[in-house]
Design a protein around this ligand. Sequence first.
Ligand code: MLT
Length: 213
Amino acid sequence: MNKPSNFIHRFEPATRLEAPPLLLLHGTGGDENDLLQLGRLVSPGSALLSPRGKVIENGMPRFFHRHAEGVFDEDDVRRRANELADFIETARKDYGIGKPVALGFSNGANIAAATLLLRPDALAGAVLLRAMVPLSHPPKVDLSRKQVLMISGTHDPIVSHENAAELQGLLDARGANVESHTLPVGHQLSQADLTLARRWIGMHETVAVRRAS
Ligand code: MLT
């Protein structure tokens, strides 16, 4: 079992108990500080758990190895998603928080999607910002209690429309309740991402908290 200290991370306790805990997962080259402000904005008062990815690529932290842009080392994806799920479990006990909603951007969204598919019990749901298919043959898990928001960009040079649609299909086929939006933007986040994520988390707040207990 991993101790939370096995991931360098930041933790901010909740100031509003009905707000769902958020697991913040940064993109390639980010760290545990990157998404704190986004987390505070999209879900004011939520407990924030923000680990730093352990894989270093050209000096940049990320959450799993890849062979090339968009070509993932799937054995590593599996190993790291399981490691992250163990971290969440231990951190929940140590910090006394409920099951978190993942808020992941880019590589962080990809590890969040992999964790949902491999260890669905670790998460209450996920906000996937610029996510792509993390595994070519994910297991047929039951995601019928999971709430997912996917936001993609029409002009994203990294995640094609087809790839994002395939991920949505994988989640839909496993019963997840997926809300999906495509914005006229690229890979970077925009104000519209923030607005949509904030509205969605607010809407699902009660459900997420109930399921966390
Ligand atoms: C990944 O490697 O997870 C994706 O290509 C996104 C990124 O560039 O980090």
